[in-house]
Design a protein around this ligand. Structure first.
Ligand SMILES: NC(=O)c1ccc[n+]([C@@H]2O[C@H](COP(=O)([O-])OP(=O)(O)OC[C@H]3O[C@@H](n4cnc5c(N)ncnc54)[C@H](O)[C@@H]3O)[C@@H](O)[C@H]2O)c1
Ligand SMILES: [Zn+2]
Length: 273
């Protein structure tokens, strides 16, 4: 018995979970149809369901036996879904290092025009980068965790705005937050911070600002819920000036609040009154 599933990340999460539990696991083939699913979520074997207000609370590791990627699907994506996927694309290129980041800066215009060749090249590139982080860490214990770059704040932004900020966009905003903290801790230079904002981040934040605000108290509470967190501080994954990555567990309340205030000003989303 084989389950064939065609759709975006949500369809993937649900059908993958069903395939992993039906008869204790049946073959499944996945055809991703969104940029986020083609460029990121289709590999990594994770299936997950949200429960009540908790994201990805229920899930399994269960890869599809085959994945077919056709960039033609992306022509019909709504801009907000396209930009959500683009957030994860930018994340992975940055995690690939200085040379892949420079390559993306050269190619992002064609990617945003949804040029098929540019999209296919980008998807190949980011899946290769993602694989490098996953290899030898299939069950998410160490290096693979760095793929959560941008997600520490990102997940909190999604849940505290009742998912008004799409996943990949929350990740991109989360990356800017991580860069602010990296800069204030002296891990990233001002020049690198400004460069990444100018070339890759600011122009690619496309969220509906109407009625949107960042509730710092709720964000703090949501970040404390992080299932991988240990100890007193909050976890944060940061990019250093040389594009190497680090994960800390000592982000404190005051630093979080100051970081969110700067972030809110830079992305022009108000904080909660
Ligand atoms: N399992 C994982 O490893 C993993 C990783 C990252 C994200 N996710 C999850 O994936 C979800 C986001 O995925 P997504 O961005 O693919 O969103 P999605 O699956 O919600 O799809 C977004 C929208 O696009 C529509 N759509 C899908 N394909 C289309 C096409 N070709 N043309 C026009 N419209 C199309 C869908 O109907 C939906 O309205 C989040 O819930 C996130 O948590 C899972
Ligand atoms: Zn993600």
């Amino acid at each position: 018995m084989t389950l064939i599933s065609i759709g975006g990340g949500i369809i993937q999460d649900i059908t993958g979970f069903v395939a992993s539990t039906l008869y204790r696991g049946i073959n499944w083939i996945y055809v991703p149809t969104t940029l986020l699913a083609q460029a990121d979520s289709c590999i990594g074997s994770k299936t997950s369901l949200n429960y009540q207000r908790y994201k990805n609370l229920i899930g399994t590791f269960f890869p599809p036996t085959k994945i077919y990627i056709h960039t033609g699907f992306l022509a019909t994506l709504e801009p907000e879904d396209f930009y959500s996927g683009l957030g994860e694309v930018i994340k992975l290129y940055m995690m690939g290092g200085a040379s892949t980041t420079a390559a993306l800066i050269g190619e992002i215009k064609e990617i945003k025009q949804r040029d098929d060749a540019a999209l296919l090249k980008a998807i190949r590139e980011v899946l290769t980068i993602k694989l490098q982080y996953i290899q030898e860490d299939e069950f998410d214990t160490g290096r693979r965790n760095l793929l959560n770059f941008g997600h520490c704040l990102g997940h909190a932004l999604e849940s505290t705005t009742n998912f008004a900020i799409p996943h990949g966009q929350a990740v991109l905003i989360g990356i800017m937050f991580a860069n602010i903290i990296a800069r204030t801790r002296g891990l990233m230079s001002h020049a690198r911070y400004e460069f990444l904002n100018r070339e890759l981040i600011l122009d690619n934040i496309h969220v509906k600002r109407d009625g949107l605000s960042l509730n710092t108290q709720e964000i703090f509470q949501a970040m404390k819920m992080d299932k991988k967190r240990v100890g007193e501080g909050l976890a944060l994954i940061m990019l250093r000036d040389d594009y190497s990555m680090t994960r800390v567990q000592d982000l404190h309340y005051d630093e979080l609040i100051r970081g969110i205030q700067e972030l809110a000003q830079t992305v022009e989303i108000p904080t909660h009154p």
